[in-house]
Design a protein around this ligand. Sequence first.
Ligand SMILES: [Zn+2]
Length: 252
Amino acid sequence: MSAAWTPLRDELARWRDAGRVADFWWRDDDAGQPAPALARLTCLAQQAQVPLALAVIPQHAARDLVQAPGPWVSILQHGCDHRSRAAAGEKKTEFPAAEAVPDALARLALGMARIAGPHTVRALVPPWNRVSSPALLAQLAQAGYQGLSRFGPRGKALAVPGLVQVNTHVDIIDWHGTRGFVGLESALSATVAHLRARRTGEVDGSEPTGVLSHHAVHDAACWDFLERLFDVSRSDGAARWSAAGELFARAH
Ligand SMILES: [Zn+2]
């Protein structure tokens, strides 16, 4: 194990010394049809015994994947068709500010119907981690959603009343550069930074640290990072990986 991992081991030790469990969760986006990378992903979850929250694009969803995603895998809804409807000047989003809320809800309901299954958690992962319509956000709990997952430390445990918010914090892909692994130092420093901010109270300490992957674009270094992260977090005993079903349990 290279010395690069020492800061993470040290941070996990601080959690353990404080009598706290550093909890993580793993979200992977853009699943749909069976593919070798997807098979490798679900295999990794099983081998590492780490729960995987697979954000599936309903329009692309294979029935077999949704019905039997494999041990350790749960299904979240990744938008509906993953098509940006952003207006000129608006950041990419499937749910733009100008779209009528009933239209968006109707599309979401059709999407949820396509991915409904025994391992599906009623949580929305909006493409590009963005819902640009506050009015839509306000309606999601009434529409039957338990949870919402975007990117960055959450401001509140509930995004709106009734809607549990659990985000991701470590994106392992360098989207603006190589579109491959972001690099060991970068991925680890994002992980340690979020853990430290939680521990010191700068951000919500009860929001698990979310690792975000995109299996379809993984290079060898991405796979290597995930495997090592699971190994290190398990071997240190201070960490645990939570399943989406418990994270997004309906708020009361
Ligand atoms: Zn996506």
